[in-house]
Design a protein around this ligand. Structure first.
Ligand code: ATP
Ligand code: PRP
Length: 213
């Protein structure tokens, strides 16, 4: 029997929505990754194994072939750049928007806008497309705080319900991208493990279509 497919998953919000989708596609981890401290978990059928990593690391594991496939937000994939990856399926889960946000009323910008974000590459491209030079401040979370304490004039962050922005007196002022979780596949694995990957892809596609129907 050929080796199991390795699927990179991250704990947190995407996993909560991914597990039911995988289960419906016939892929069930032998242990609940949300409860286990193990970083490699087999599936019940022995067809797959899961590696459990940080969300931002999923494209790296898949691009290097340490995992054949992975599930990651489009935000993470856009920031990574996508080299070495196929993105064959929008899973339609963990939907949100990436926006530029600022305090209300929007303050007059200083000469060079300061933008705080977890996504420096996306932010750079967003402003470069408008021929605007900005100073980008890399943060790792709670971006909404930055404009409140004078660290930045704008943030680039994710918005779902808008509750976090509202609770902090901020508003979205420009769209950046529509976000949802995507299946990504290592380019070499797509050829070498074509049959196994195609079977999983077809099963997942059917579940995504059913969920969207
Ligand atoms: P880590 O915990 O490793 O630092 P993280 O905080 O980015 O990662 P999550 O908050 O679980 O992890 O987010 C994972 C993905 O879920 C994001 O990359 C994004 O695609 C999506 N996401 C994040 N926030 C929201 C939200 N408010 N609503 C819907 N989807 C979201
Ligand atoms: C995400 C995002 C926003 C919030 C938006 O943060 O960075 O802060 O969700 O969701 P809302 O519009 O529904 O309020 P998360 O909760 O993942 O925390 P983090 O800052 O630690 O990533």
């Amino acid at each position: 029997m050929s080796r199991p497919l390795t699927l990179a998953l991250s704990k947190g919000r995407i996993l909560d929505e991914t597990l039911p989708l995988l289960a419906a596609a016939g892929v069930v981890p032998a242990e609940d990754p949300r409860a286990s401290r193990r970083l490699i978990i087999e599936d019940m059928a022995g067809e797959c194994r899961f590696v459990i990593i940080r969300a931002a690391d999923v494209p790296t594991y898949v691009a290097y072939g340490a995992a054949d496939l992975g599930i990651a937000g489009r935000d993470v994939l856009m920031e990574h750049g996508g080299a070495g990856l196929y993105e064959p399926l929008d899973l339609g889960i963990a939907r949100c928007r990436m926006v530029v946000a600022a305090t209300v009323p929007v303050p007059a910008p200083r000469r060079r806008l300061r933008v705080a974000t977890k996504y420096p590459a996306i932010t750079y491209r967003h402003y470069a497309a408008r021929s605007e030079q900005v100073e980008i401040i890399k943060l790792y979370g709670s971006m909404e705080l930055a404009p409140l304490v004078g660290l930045a004039d704008r943030i680039v962050d994710l918005v779902d319900t808008g509750r976090t922005l509202r609770a902090n007196g901020l508003e979205a002022i420009e769209p950046v991208a529509e976000i949802s979780a995507r299946l990504v596949v290592n380019r070499a694995a797509m050829k070498i493990r074509h049959a196994a990957i195609r079977t999983l892809l077809i099963r997942l596609q059917a579940q995504v279509a059913e969920a969207g129907a």
